[in-house]
Ligand binder design. Structure first.
Ligand code: 13P
Ligand code: SF4
Length: 376
């Protein structure tokens, strides 16, 4: 039997890939892709590095990539250039003869790691006592397969930033209250734009197992509890939390006629200070559809904003809301050496960094994923 240690060692990038230069790596990736032909489908999220996106068959936001993976029934190997929860989702949505690989296993998502099944089980018990049979769980796709499975088993659905409004509206046709995890900001921003006041939102703190008011500063009182429509998990994205109203105000002062668009993982006050908000794909579409010469400040990960400025929106003036913000470190784990290794191993008939979700978890999570895809 293979030990965990051996399995892990087998997933370690050989030194030779780190020593190869970019030109050589590109040539090797091109060769491996040619060998694999239509057996390979290479997907890349918008936050991936330019040199990785250059090799992708398809790029997109989380919703688009999940839909592409679900639709493709022919590719034997799906190399997912993104983060772990995206590869897990693709594995669950593809057929058994298809395998999903993540070029670097360290490409996780710190927000997805803020909710685990154990914490969710505790939260659910407390919330059921508070509001028996009145809550539906909704999880952002940025969550583990185990969390998705819990949500599927409890009648809930998955959302992405591209369909959160549609799914939340559906959720309220099912139950009186929504438990939204793990991103408090996406949940708050979506609910607020549906017309739910902040006073009717509460915050669940998984570290103290406490129900707090929306602002998270004091416990929710018995008087406030009956009005609560949305319970937000206290999770966030470290990249999008770096944006502030002050940055937007400063930019608006120095750049006349500036339009601002941000991702809904940004805090509520930032979304309110912007002109528009949406998924990475919506950001791209809105900016590209605006008249040439429009000046935009964009609040999302640096790789996408830089690519918009350089390549995707050549007739627009693109600014980054916070030019000194840290990029998504885990998205940036996927680099040419890992990609070359993964593809060359596949071309040689071997698999490294395969992502698999066990059948029981998959069956439960698919209930929630299929609800989302049917509604999207
Ligand atoms: P999108 O689905 O909008 O691409 O967002 C995914 C993500 O992780 C944003 O941080
Ligand atoms: Fe996760 Fe934030 Fe990175 Fe998106 S940008 S993958 S939410 S850490």
């Amino acid at each position: 039997m293979t030990s965990i240690l051996t399995a892990f060692e087998n997933q370690t990038l050989p030194q030779s890939y780190l020593e190869a230069d970019q030109q050589e790596l590109c040539a090797r990736i091109t060769r491996a892709k040619q060998t694999l032909g239509t057996d390979l489908l290479m997907l890349a999220h918008h936050y991936q590095k330019d040199e990785v996106v250059a090799f992708a068959d398809e790029t997109g936001d989380s919703l688009q990539l999940a839909q592409i993976a679900a639709k493709n029934k022919t590719a034997k190997h799906i190399v997912f250039c993104g983060v772990h929860f995206m590869a897990e989702t693709a594995d669950m949505l593809t057929d058994p003869h298809q395998q999903v690989l993540l070029p670097d296993l360290a490409a996780g998502c710190s927000m997805a790691d803020m909710a685990n099944r154990h914490q969710l089980t505790i939260a659910w018990e407390v919330l059921q006592k508070q509001w028996p049979a009145e809550i539906i769980p909704i999880t952002y796709v940025n969550s583990s397969a185990a969390v998705k499975a819990f949500v599927g088993d409890h009648g809930g659905a998955i959302v992405t930033s591209g369909n959160a409004d549609t799914i939340l509206r559906w959720a309220f046709t099912q139950k009186k209250r929504v438990f939204f995890l793990p991103d408090q900001h996406l949940g708050r921003n979506t609910a607020y734009h549906m017309g739910i006041p902040l006073a009717e939102m509460a915050l669940w703190d998984p570290l103290t197992s406490q129900l707090l008011t929306n602002a998270g500063q004091e416990p929710l009182t018995n008087e406030q509890a009956p009005d609560t429509k949305v319970i937000l998990w206290n999770g966030w994205c470290s990249v999008h939390q770096q944006f502030s109203v002050k940055q937007i105000e400063t930019l608006r002062q120095s750049i006349p006629n500036l339009s601002v668009i941000v991702h809904p993982e940004a805090p509520h006050e930032v979304v309110e200070a912007a002109d528009d908000y949406g998924s990475t794909n919506k950001i791209l579409q809105v900016v590209q559809a605006s008249p040439a010469g429009t000046k935009w400040a964009v609040g999302t990960d640096h790789n996408l904003v830089a690519r918009m400025a350089k390549q995707l929106c050549p007739t627009h003036e693109i600014h980054f809301i916070n030019p000194v913000a840290c990029a998504c470190l885990t998205m940036n784990r996927i680099k040419l050496p890992h990609l070359a290794w993964c593809l060359e191993e596949l071309a040689a008939g071997r698999s490294v960094n395969r992502i698999t979700v066990d059948p029981a978890t998959t069956a439960s999570a698919l209930k929630a994923l299929d609800r989302m895809l049917a509604l999207s």
